[in-house]
Design a protein around this ligand. Structure first.
Ligand SMILES: [Zn+2]
Length: 408
């Protein structure tokens, strides 16, 4: 919208936003929503300046654009804090084979999996990667995602990793260097590859990326290698993330605590000790139920984590191999049906808490005065349709910094 110009979104059926202030929300606070029925939102210069009931709407004078919210519910723009959008090709062939019975680890060990995407991403080149990221960003926006993180990790050479990070930054995402995703075929072992990545890629990656990430798992990188990689990345000024406890508990949670990581993501294999450790920590547990569903794996212990007091976030894990899904509304549906989370907990987990993981919780994640005017208008009579209308065509309009895009 034009700077200084005001936009009034009026006559909304409901406006729902995570209650309270600050981030991350934990325990009982995670499930509290501020709900306004028959609501308005006033936006000025891309920021929310007022929210309230229509009957309390003050006289606004001239020079106010209006957007009709009748029949719609407003929630904060969704925040996807874990995606892998920088890839070439697809994995539909592997998907089909796996659907017929082969396991993800078997396909990975057979040289399919991540390394087939590495080949396709290197072949795509800088322009092809930029086009792919832009396309995937459009998919996310149509599902209501207005803030997103995007990882590299399908290049694993200097040129392609940096091109991936530049593509994410150019498309408006928060770039994360997933330099330790897999060991590329030109290296004999993980240690030799990490020596290369830290010496040749990190110095430039640290200028583009906000965070670094590692795939700590049997067959990828062990805890010692992950510590070596993450320590160097932290020293270069990057925030730290870990893929951990996806298939096995291999030490990701203790390492995340030791290094002061922002998050540890996946946690499908986390036991009660891990959940207890996270409960007492300032590390957010990022849960990815679409990935567990896609791979037909056990779901992460979301309820136990929340009840213990851990900070959780929800994300899609959008990627071509293990979660070809960019929909946070679908993830909210999975949270409600598979993770034992209330719609209000799911909402907070993919707005304010996900924003916290990205270091943006003071800017986005709530529909309240002072926050950026990133808002999703749902075509629904009740905001809880966000989790309830599973796979539904819910997103009516998305506002990014006050600019509305009508999607249906
Ligand atoms: Zn991931």
């Amino acid at each position: 919208m034009t700077a200084g110009r005001r936009l009034l979104v009026r006559d909304l059926a409901q406006l729902a936003t995570p209650a309270g202030a600050g981030a991350p929300l934990r325990g009982p606070s995670l499930g509290k929503v501020d709900l306004v029925k028959d609501a308005y939102v006033l936006i000025e210069a891309g920021r929310i300046t007022a929210v309230g009931r229509m009957r309390d709407l003050p006289a606004l004078g001239d020079d106010v654009q209006e957007l009709d919210g009748r029949g719609l519910c407003a929630v904060p723009g969704l925040v996807d804090c874990h995606t892998h959008p920088a890839f070439g090709g697809d994995r539909v062939e592997e998907f089909s084979v796996r659907a017929a019975g082969a396991s993800y680890e078997e396909l990975h060990a057979a040289g399919g999996g991540i390394l087939s995407t590495v080949r396709a991403t290197r072949e795509a080149g800088e322009e092809g990667i930029a086009r792919a990221v832009e396309r995937h960003r459009g998919w996310m926006l149509r599902q209501g995602t207005t803030t997103w993180e995007g990882k590299s990790g399908y290049g694993l050479d200097r040129e392609t990793e940096l091109a991936s990070l530049r593509a994410v930054a150019a498309a408006g995402g928060a770039p994360t260097w997933l330099g330790a995703h897999a060991v590329p075929p030109e290296f004999e072992d993980a240690d030799a590859y990490l020596d290369f990545a830290l010496a040749e890629v990190l110095p430039e990656a640290a200028r583009i990326a906000e965070a670094a990430d590692v795939f700590l798992e049997r067959g990828a990188f062990d805890a010692g290698q992950a510590r070596h990689y993450l320590t160097a990345c932290r020293d270069a000024g990057l925030a730290l993330r870990l893929h951990g406890d996806q298939f096995t508990e291999a030490g990701a949670i203790p390492l995340a605590l030791e290094l002061g990581a922002r998050s540890v993501d996946h946690l499908e294999a986390t036991g009660s000790d891990g959940a207890r450790a996270l409960a007492a920590a300032d590390v957010t547990a990022v849960l990815l139920p679409a990935s567990a569903l896609f791979l037909n794996r056990p779901m992460p212990p979301a309820r136990a984590l929340v009840d213990a007091g851990a900070a959780i976030a929800l994300a899609t894990d959008f990627n071509p191999g293990s979660a070809f899904c960019e929909s946070l509304p679908l993830v909210c549906g999975l949270a409600a049906t598979q993770l034992g989370l209330a719609p209000a907990e799911a909402l907070a987990a993919c707005t304010v808490n996900a924003a916290h993981v990205l270091g943006r919780a003071e800017e986005v994640g709530r529909t309240a005065p002072g926050y950026a005017a990133d808002i999703v208008l749902l075509d629904a009579p009740d905001w809880r349709y966000l989790a309830y209308h599973l796979g539904g065509d819910l997103v009516h309009t998305v506002l990014v910094r006050g600019d509305p895009t009508r999607l249906r």
